[in-house]
Write a protein that binds this ligand. Structure first.
Ligand SMILES: Cc1cc2nc3c(=O)[nH]c(=O)nc-3n(C[C@H](O)[C@H](O)[C@H](O)COP(=O)(O)OP(=O)(O)OC[C@H]3O[C@@H](n4cnc5c(N)ncnc54)[C@H](O)[C@@H]3O)c2cc1C
Length: 465
C-alpha cells in the first residue's frame, strides 16, 4: 500500500492519467507470460527519462520496490511485481528518436515495439536482426533487459550484439550513460553489457543506441519434413558441421506441428514427426549456393520432403505459423511452462533424446520447438497448476532438464532470462562464488534492494546427485 502523499507526488510527476492505483486497472500488470501473478500497488507510465528519474527518486526515498515493465511478454517471471510496489511501464515512452544510415545506428526509447523499429529501418534498406517471436508486441527495453534472441540468432546474434550504448536510471534516480554511438569503444568498464540482460534488477533503461546492418538482398525459406525427430536434430548438426550459416534454423516436433495446424491452419505437414524451418539470406548468388548445399545435406540426412517457399507471401506464412507456436501449444491446457535449454550445437541430438526420456519418466505432456541452430530448445510442458501432482511432476521434470543441460555443457537460459523461475538454480551453473560476484554488483547499484526484488537471486535448491 503506497501512502497518499507518495501517490500525490507520483501523480504530479507523470500526470494523473498516467498513474494507475485502482485495483481493477492494476490487474493487467500482475501478469507476464508465466503462471505467476502478483498485484502491484500502483503503475506509472512515464513518458521521458526525467520522469523516470523523479519516480525512482520518490520510490527510493519511500523504500518502495520498483519493477520495470515493457509489454510483459517475458517467459521467466521477470515483470511480475512479487512484492507489490510500483510498476514503471514504458509503453508510452516509445519514440524512435533517430535512424542514421551514415552511422548504421538507431536511437530509441525503451517502449518502442521491436517490429515497429524493424519496419522503420527496413524502409531505408537497413536491418535490425534480433527477432524474438513476440516482436509484434515486445519492446526494445524488455529485449535489452532480457538480451532477447530469436530465430535469426544463428547468423546474426542476439540483442546484446546490437546494443552500443544505453541511458539508464539507477535506483535513487541518478541517470547514467553507457557506451556510445561508435562501433569501437573500450573506455572504462563495459557497463552497456552489464545492463543488457540485467532483467530490470540494476536500473531502468530509458534509451538504447542500437547497431544496424544493411538489409540482405535476398531471402529464401525452406521447410524440411522428417519422419523422425532424431533425424531432424542430426540434420541440424550436419548443417553446422558443413559450415553453412543459415539466417535461421528452427525445429518443431510433431506435437507443435499438430497444435499449430489446429490453432491456425498453415499447411504444415501433419504426417511429419519433425520439421526444420530454414532461411538463408544474402546476395542472390550466396542464397542460391547455400540453398543448393542445404538441399544436398538434408537429402543425405534422410529428409522425407523438402518444400522451398515460392515467394515472400509463402515464406511469411510459414514464419507466421512458427511465431504462433507458443500460443498454439499454450491454449490447449490451463498452464503452459516454456523452458530455454541451451547447449553447444553439436549436443542438440543428445538434448532432444534426453528431453524425450525425461518427459516419459515424469509423465508430462511436452512439445519441443526452438532455435536449433543456436543449440537453444524450448521444451513446453502443458499442465494445470491447479493440480498439485501434475505441477510437482512438471517442476521435477524441469529441474532434471536444467541438470542435463548443464551436464551437456550448456546454460540454464539462452534468451528468456533467469527471472523468478530459474533463480533457485543459478548456483548450479556458477557456483556460490559466481553468484556472490553478481550479488555484490547488485548491492553496489541497488543497496536497498528495491529494483525488481525476488528476481535472479533466491535461496538455491539442492542439486540432484
Ligand atoms: C509468444 C512469445 C514468444 C516469445 N519468443 C521469444 C523469442 O523468440 N526469443 C526471446 O528471447 N524471447 C521470446 N519471448 C519472451 C519475451 O517476449 C522477451 O523476453 C522480451 O524481450 C520481453 O519484452 P517485453 O517488452 O515484453 O518485456 P517485459 O516482459 O515487460 O519485461 C522483461 C524483463 O525486462 C525488464 N524490463 C522491461 N523493460 C525494462 C526497462 N525499460 N528497463 C529495465 N528493465 C526492463 C522487466 O523488469 C523484466 O525483468 C517470447 C514470449 C512470448 C509470449
Amino acid at each position: 500500500m503506497l501512502s497518499p502523499g507518495l501517490l500525490k507526488d507520483l501523480r504530479a510527476v507523470v500526470g494523473p492519467e498516467n498513474l494507475l492505483a485502482d485495483p481493477a486497472g492494476l490487474l493487467c500488470y500482475a501478469y507476464d507470460s508465466t503462471p505467476t501473478t502478483s498485484l502491484p500497488d500502483a503503475v506509472v507510465l512515464p513518458g521521458n527519462a526525467q520522469a523516470v528519474a523523479a519516480v525512482m527518486r520518490l520510490a527510493g526515498e519511500a523504500g518502495v520496490p520498483v519493477v520495470p515493465r515493457g509489454a510483459g511478454t517475458n517467459l521467466s517471471g521477470g515483470s511480475v511485481p512479487l512484492q507489490g510496489g510500483l510498476v514503471v511501464c514504458s509503453t508510452r515512452f516509445n519514440r524512435i528518436r533517430e535512424i542514421s544510415a551514415e552511422n548504421l545506428t538507431a536511437v530509441v526509447e525503451p517502449g518502442v515495439v521491436t517490429a515497429n523499429l524493424q519496419a522503420a529501418v527496413e524502409k531505408l534498406g537497413l536491418f535490425y536482426p534480433p527477432d524474438p517471436s513476440s516482436l509484434s508486441v515486445s519492446t526494445i527495453g524488455g529485449n535489452v533487459a532480457e538480451s532477447a534472441g530469436g530465430p535469426r540468432g544463428f547468423k546474426y546474434g542476439t540483442t546484446k550484439d546490437y546494443a552500443l550504448g544505453l541511458e539508464v536510471v539507477l535506483a535513487g534516480g541518478a541517470v547514467v550513460r553507457t557506451g556510445g554511438r561508435t562501433v569501437k569503444n573500450v573506455s572504462g568498464y563495459d557497463l552497456t553489457h552489464l545492463f543488457v540482460g540485467s532483467e530490470g534488477t540494476l536500473g531502468v533503461i530509458t534509451e538504447a543506441v542500437l547497431r544496424l546492418i544493411p538489409l540482405p538482398e535476398k531471402k529464401q525459406t525452406l521447410l524440411a519434413a522428417f519422419t523422425q525427430l532424431d533425424r531432424a536434430a542430426e540434420a541440424v548438426s550436419a548443417i553446422v558441421a558443413a559450415r553453412i550459416i543459415p539466417a535461421t534454423l528452427e525445429i518443431m516436433d510433431k506435437v507443435t506441428i499438430e497444435r499449430i495446424e489446429e490453432f491456425r491452419p498453415s499447411g504444415l505437414p501433419l504426417d511429419a514427426d519433425a520439421i526444420l524451418l530454414i532461411e538463408v539470406d544474402g546476395s542472390e548468388a550466396e542464397v542460391d549456393h547455400q540453398a543448393a548445399r542445404l538441399e544436398q545435406i538434408l537429402k543425405a540426412g534422410g529428409v522425407e520432403r523438402l518444400r522451398v517457399a515460392r515467394d515472400r507471401a509463402e515464406s511469411d506464412e510459414l514464419w507466421a505459423a512458427r511465431r504462433t507456436a507458443y500460443a498454439a501449444i499454450a491454449h490447449t491446457r490451463p498452464t503452459a511452462i516454456t523452458e530455454d535449454a541451451t547447449v553447444p550445437r553439436d549436443k542438440i541430438p543428445a538434448l532432444v533424446r534426453r528431453l524425450q526420456e525425461l518427459a516419459a519418466k515424469y509423465d508430462v505432456e511436452m512439445a519441443i520447438v526452438g532455435h536449433a541452430g543456436d543449440g537453444n530448445l524450448h521444451p513446453v510442458v502443458m499442465t494445470d497448476q491447479r493440480d498439485p501432482q501434475e505441477m510437482d511432476r512438471a517442476v521435477k521434470f524441469f529441474a532434471e532438464v536444467f541438470q542435463v543441460t548443464l551436464e551437456l555443457g550448456g546454460t540454464l537460459t539462452g534468451e528468456h532470462g533467469i527471472g523468478l523461475l530459474k533463480a533457485p538454480y543459478l548456483e548450479w551453473q556458477f557456483g556460490r562464488e559466481g553468484v556472490e560476484v553478481m550479488r555484490s554488483i547488485k548491492a553496489a547499484l541497488d543497496p536497498k534492494g528495491l529494483l525488481n526484488p525476488g528476481k535472479v537471486f533466491q535461496r538455491p535448491v539442492a542439486r540432484p546427485v
